[in-house]
Design a protein around this ligand. Structure first.
Ligand SMILES: C[S@@+](CC[C@H](N)C(=O)[O-])C[C@H]1O[C@@H](n2cnc3c(N)ncnc32)[C@H](O)[C@@H]1O
Length: 432
């Protein structure tokens, strides 16, 4: 603990904000809390990233559990490289108060936005892929199961056009007919702006049910739902497993998934979501240019950028994009092979995030494992953030399987069975 406080005291004068202790909380009290943290009975290990004046304290512990039941069922929409809701919750609870504005510039499936809304915060999100809004917006105003049942019962499930041969590697012909009927209906409603909130919900659930590895999905056994294979590779899997796509009932599966998503959603949750939805900002554009967001308006950013080229979001989402009429190859989703290219664009993002953040406010910036743990992305983030005049406050490593620090930090990450999140906490200076 002392080590962490000293590192901080040497390089950054401690700041306190009158009457807003909970909001832009002092760095000192946060460091104290992290160092003394023992909620899951393990002690925090404190080390540092860098040396001397540039050293940033690193805290390693199990700061949140990722057990399924610990979060709202509403989050259970799969997405590549998404984080657990416990991560944004940890920072939102500590660094904001009710009605503060929480923003995620790389929204993905909307974990930060939904969690912030459930916690009674105002919300904003941005992702270059429009799929992100399709997966997030409907959960800000969830319908009842009854509404969904009624809407599905009223739909015309006939589809007379010819079926796409490639898609038949995933689906039984009658299932594919239902998928195509639903798709046509939703695209038509979209085009004439008559889609209701229930239609949007159905579209989100159907998008989530397109492919997966259990009978809860429309497809034959394939990869997990957030990674669609090419038809060619699916054909190979079908041959190897000697499988033929089984008949799956599209409306029934949409109802089942709706029931499970709404399982823990209370009336209280609904009122908070609806409050957040009333002034939520959802952008489908690149997060380095977001003129819709006012200067000095955001109280906290919790986000996770694309990790170089670790995930191919366009390829993974091709089937989801097809269903929603999105041309995935026309979206400039950032993937970079070279760390230097990634740093260059992140510098631009940090300049934009600095503009929208209030003075003294924080960014919790989560980075993942790349190059089998050989490249620690926090080492790229710190200089990029400093170039945009952010203060690197600390690195927090949430480790589920707690071993020695040296193991948790960079080494154990390569071993199956551990689950770490690495979050760099940055602060916008209170003075310009
Ligand atoms: C690691 S994921 C975020 C996952 C998110 N934290 C969640 O829980 O779902 C990174 C996201 O960045 C998005 N992205 C890629 N390039 C972008 C850009 N230029 N501007 C905004 N978002 C971008 C991708 O579409 C992807 O959804």
């Amino acid at each position: 603990m002392r080590a962490a406080r000293n590192i901080l005291a040497e390089q950054q004068p401690l700041l306190f904000v009158k009457n807003r202790a909970k909001r832009h909380r002092s760095r000192a009290s946060l460091l104290d809390e992290l160092a003394a943290f023992r909620q899951f009975r393990t002690r925090t290990e404190v080390t540092s990233l860098g040396e001397g004046e540039d050293a940033v304290p690193v805290f390693v512990n199990e700061f949140w559990t990722s057990k399924q039941r610990a979060a709202s069922s509403l989050h259970e929409i799969s997405y590549r490289a998404c984080f657990k809701p416990q991560l944004p919750r940890f920072f939102i609870e500590r660094l904001t108060a009710a009605n503060d504005m929480v923003y995620d510039p790389f929204l993905g499936r909307g974990t930060t936005m939904i969690e912030a809304a459930l916690l009674g915060r105002r919300v904003a999100g941005c992702d270059i892929n429009p799929l992100s809004s399709i997966l997030t917006a409907p959960r800000l105003h969830p319908p009842t199961v009854r509404d969904v049942r009624a809407r599905l019962a009223n739909l015309d499930w006939n589809y007379e056009d010819e079926l796409n041969e490639e898609l038949l590697t995933f689906y039984h012909p009658d299932t594919l007919r239902e998928i195509c009927a639903l798709r046509s209906h939703l695209l038509l409603r979209d085009a004439d702006h008559t889609a209701s909130e229930v239609d949007d919900w159905i579209r989100m659930v159907a998008t989530n049910r397109l492919t997966g590895h259990s009978a809860g999905f429309f497809s034959v056994y394939t990869l997990p739902p957030n990674q669609a294979l090419t038809p060619k590779r699916q054909q190979k899997i079908n041959e190897i497993r000697k499988q033929v796509p089984p008949r799956r009932g599209v409306p029934d599966l949409i109802i089942r998934k709706t029931e499970s998503l709404l399982q823990t959603v209370s009336e209280f949750d609904r009122s908070r979501l609806s409050e957040a939805a009333s002034n939520a900002l959802l952008l489908a554009r690149s997060s380095d240019r977001t003129p819709e967001i006012k200067d000095n308006s955001v109280d906290l950013i919790v986000t996770s950028p694309p990790f170089l080229d670790v995930v191919d979001y366009a390829a993974d989402n091709w089937l989801r994009c097809w269903f929603n009429g999105i041309e995935e190859n026309n979206i400039d989703i950032w993937t970079f092979r070279k760390p230097s290219e990634w740093v260059r664009v992140m510098e631009r993002v940090f300049v934009e995030l600095r503009r929208v953040l209030k003075r003294g406010a924080y960014i919790a910036f989560e980075v993942g494992e790349v190059r089998r743990g050989k490249l620690r992305m926090e080492e790229l983030v710190v200089p990029a953030a400093k170039a945009a005049k952010f203060i690197p406050v600390l690195v927090l490593i949430n480790s589920q399987v707690f071993t020695k620090t040296s193991n948790c930090w960079g080494v154990t990450n390569q071993i199956a069975g551990t689950n770490t999140n690495r979050v760099i906490l940055l602060q916008k200076p209170r003075t310009q």
